[in-house]
Design a protein around this ligand. Structure first.
Ligand SMILES: Nc1ncnc2c1ncn2[C@@H]1O[C@H](COP(=O)(O)OP(=O)(O)OP(=O)(O)O)[C@@H](O)[C@H]1O
Ligand SMILES: Nc1nc2c(ncn2[C@@H]2O[C@H](COP(=O)(O)O)[C@@H](O)[C@H]2O)c(=O)[nH]1
Length: 187
């Protein structure tokens, strides 16, 4: 049987990480694909759990070695990428990688895995809701918040290129919808 992969994408602040964490807690056959990034760790983040935090030099070495299934410079000159070794590690444990990545990265990984992939776009109810969620999350400066919102407007135009679109207005409703899609895909 081909190796399956689930890709969740959305503009920053739409709620994909929130949904992914709940799915991972309830579906033991799924495993979070830990991305590599050159951005600094936030206060509560742990290397090897939330991300592999790399220097720019280390990230470039991995690009040269073709170690990434996809990578993008997502925000503020910072790289983020899905390591092939991470996907292989999860598949070798007979589990399914849950990949939480930006829209451009999701389009390129979708292209690569095609029929083995389920791609879900989490759509925010509005740009104002995104602003409010990112402000309340408290992780962004005014400049980085504006950068994320600016990019969100562009990313929303790609929603129809994914297998499914789920609007995350009321979290329990969106979560139930995503879970049903994932269960259907894994049957
Ligand atoms: N339906 C919802 N209604 C209100 N707040 C929500 C909802 N879903 C998620 N949130 C909150 O919005 C914030 C952003 O959510 P989350 O971090 O999951 O977004 P994200 O898409 O993963 O963002 P990023 O791409 O920046 O990692 C969090 O504080 C989360 O608790
Ligand atoms: N193309 C990729 N995008 C990724 C990857 N890992 C995370 N991301 C996306 O980056 C932004 C910002 O994340 P944050 O942790 O700084 O808030 C978000 O949209 C992530 O989904 C990756 O490996 N490749």
């Amino acid at each position: 049987m081909a190796n399956k992969i689930i890709i969740i994408t959305a503009p920053s602040g739409a709620g994909k990480t929130t949904i992914v964490k709940q799915l991972l807690a309830e579906m033991p056959q799924l495993e979070f694909s830990i991305s590599a990034t050159t951005r600094a760790a936030r206060e509560n983040e742990v290397h090897g759990r939330d991300y592999y935090f790399l220097t720019k030099e280390d990230f470039h070495e991995k690009i040269e070695a073709h170690a990434f299934a996809e990578y993008e410079m997502v925000y503020a000159g910072k790289y983020y990428g899905t390591l092939k070794s991470e996907l292989e590690r999860i598949w070798s444990d007979a589990r399914i990688p849950m990949v939480d990545i930006d829209v451009k990265g999701a389009l390129s990984i979708k292209e690569h895995y095609q029929d083995e992939a389920l791609t879900i776009f989490i759509q925010p109810p509005s740009i104002d809701a995104l602003r409010e969620r990112l402000s309340e999350r408290g992780t962004e400066t005014q400049a980085s918040l504006e950068e994320r919102l600016g990019k969100a407007k562009y990313e929303l135009s790609f929603s129809h290129q994914f297998d499914e679109i789920v609007v995350n207005d009321k979290l329990p409703v969106a979560y139930a919808e995503v879970k049903a899609l994932v269960e259907g895909f894994l049957k």
